[in-house]
Design a protein. Structure first.
Length: 108
């Protein structure tokens, strides 16, 4: 999985990159068919914004978060994308029981 981290209106420190990559490695374990993740870190006045775009096989997910702390914004955006990915995985997972049905007894 390719992880691209970029900053808009701010330089991205190595600590922020390492923190974001660590959080996203947990998501990569959920769904093996992810191809790339793009994280955009932004700063507007007092707000720290994070936008995460996740690409995979038949999958495009986007989440955003806005708080006053960049690390907290990363946490919230990763939590949102994690919920979306879990919902997608549950949707494609087949929950039906395969096998023969038990015969129904007739009473007369």
């Amino acid at each position: 999985m390719e992880i691209i981290i970029s900053g808009r209106h701010l330089p991205v420190s190595d600590d922020l990159k390492a923190y974001a990559e660590e959080k996203l490695q947990k998501i990569a374990a959920i769904f093996s068919k992810l191809t790339s993740v793009r994280i955009i870190l932004d700063h507007e006045k007092a707000w720290q914004l994070v936008e995460i775009t996740l690409h995979g096989k038949h999958l495009n997910l986007v989440s955003t978060a806005r708080t006053e702390d960049m690390y907290k914004s990363i946490d919230e955006a990763v939590d949102k994308i994690d919920k979306q990915l879990h919902k997608y995985v549950e949707k494609i997972h087949d929950h039906r029981v395969h096998g023969e049905k038990e015969p129904v007894e007739e009473t007369t």
